[in-house]
Write a protein that binds this ligand. Structure first.
Ligand code: COS
Length: 389
């Protein structure tokens, strides 16, 4: 169980610096000014997707031949931090879409890649969606009941999915379903992944969830009623879908860790600016040690979270195992981000509790990073299993 920081280079390459600069510039110029309204009006950030795609941010770690930036997993993590710092709702839309593009690139046939990935990276699809969870199968996706049965020349899909980010807007979604039979249950090996296009007959989109945070992002239930899919909809091999989901989630967890870093960076920046400006007892509150210690703790935790996220991304980029490191990054970054956003509200006092300033939104937005793409408890399972193996 070595520390695994070995030869990681902390200097950013030119490509990485370029991605950070263009993501930061677009995020601060185009996204940040809209973030409060997207949240307030529960408006999907469709208007920003084209701009993100033009900068290569809808396929950061996708080959150039498919329209991606081919900039790697570290560049992706850095870009995600910048977009999340401006608007977490836009960031989650971008994150899941990038994940879908990467999964189709990795597991798809040449036809599947050509059909979908260029449309994702060009922003022609407003999003991609990842439909794994069900009402009764969240932390335990192997317990899913949505089923795909073979028919002549294809599959027929029946079941329900829940908590599907961008489900109402996605041009393509990856949907997991059982392909084993009640007579021959195979657990995780009885699950396969399918590509389902928006508008497929038999696919019904449920109402959008009314969420605590990420209110600009779209989260829906999906139902499939005798939804017929062609043979070519199977993504990867039959029975291998669970592995596809786990590999995708390992990468996705780096994205969530990066989101948490981005959101809490914004919260800490706001807290520092406010502490310098706000005067009580005749001086700036930044002069008080009580405030300084909160800032010091937040700054330290933020740096640690950022390093863990970049280390996991670096391992992924080196094509080395990174599952436990991604889980550690997500666990620590999401829990630290909650504390950092909470302290930022505390430093703002009553002004932190109202919607005139952004810190209350950061606190609401960051909460879900401890839940989605695997709860903190699931991350601990992954980390402990790796440590005890
Ligand atoms: N990469 C590749 N393969 C993996 C893997 C990974 N990270 N993790 C598990 N697998 C494989 C295992 O090797 C095993 O394969 P075999 O059947 O060939 O041996 C198979 O998947 C089943 O693994 P395991 O028995 O560990 O699965 P569990 O059902 O115990 O699940 C956890 C493990 C809890 C880690 C998994 O269910 C999980 O991540 N849950 C959270 C899901 C989640 O994040 N949901 C959010 C949905 S998206 S918002």
């Amino acid at each position: 169980m070595e520390g695994r920081l070995d030869a990681m280079d902390l200097e950013l390459s030119e490509t990485q610096q370029l991605i950070v600069r263009s993501a930061r510039d677009f995020a601060q110029r185009e996204i940040a000014p809209k973030a409060a309204a997207l949240d307030r009006e529960e408006r999907f950030p469709g208007e920003l997707v084209k701009g993100l795609a033009e900068l290569g941010l809808m396929g950061v770690n996708v080959p150039a031949a498919l329209g991606g930036s081919e900039a790697g997993a570290v560049a992706y993590a850095l870009a995600m931090m910048e977009i999340s710092r401006a608007c977490a709702s836009t960031a989650v839309t971008m994150a899941v879409t990038n994940m879908v593009a990467e999964v189709i690139t990795e597991f798809g046939t040449p036809e599947q890649r050509e059909r979908h990935v260029p449309k994702i990276t060009a922003g022609e699809y407003q999003a991609g969606a990842f439909a794994l969870s069900e009402p009764q199968a969240g932390s335990d996706p192997a317990g899913m009941t949505t089923a795909a049965a073979r028919t002549d020349g294809g599959w027929v899909l029946n079941g329900e999915k829940q908590w599907i980010t961008s489900g109402a807007y996605a041009g393509v979604m990856i949907v997991w379903a059982r392909t084993d039979t009640p007579q021959d249950r195979r657990g995780a090996r009885g699950i396969s992944a399918f590509l389902v296009e928006q508008g497929t007959p038999g696919l019904r989109i449920g109402r959008a969830e009314d969420k605590l945070g990420l209110r600009g992002s779209n989260t829906v239930a999906l139902s499939f009623e005798d939804c017929r899919l062609p043979d070519g909809a199977l993504l990867g091999q039959e029975g291998q879908g669970f592995r596809v989901a786990m590999v995708a989630l390992d990468g996705g967890r780096i994205g969530v860790a990066s989101q948490a870093v981005g959101i809490s960076t914004a919260a800490l920046e706001a807290a520092v600016a406010y502490a310098r400006d706000r005067k009580q007892f005749g001086q700036a509150i930044a002069e008080f040690q009580a405030i300084q210690w909160m800032i010091a703790d937040s700054r330290t935790e933020l740096d640690a979270a950022r390093l863990l996220a970049l280390r996991a991304a670096w391992l992924k980029e080196q094509r080395r195992p990174f599952s436990a490191e991604a889980a550690m990054a997500k666990l620590f970054a999401s829990e630290a981000a909650w504390r950092i956003c909470d302290r930022a509200v505390q430093i703002h006092g009553a002004y932190g509790y109202v919607k005139d300033l952004a810190v209350e939104r950061h606190l609401r937005d960051v909460r879900v990073t401890r839940i989605y793409e695997g709860t903190s408890e699931v991350q601990r399972m992954v980390i402990a299993r790796a440590a005890l193996r």
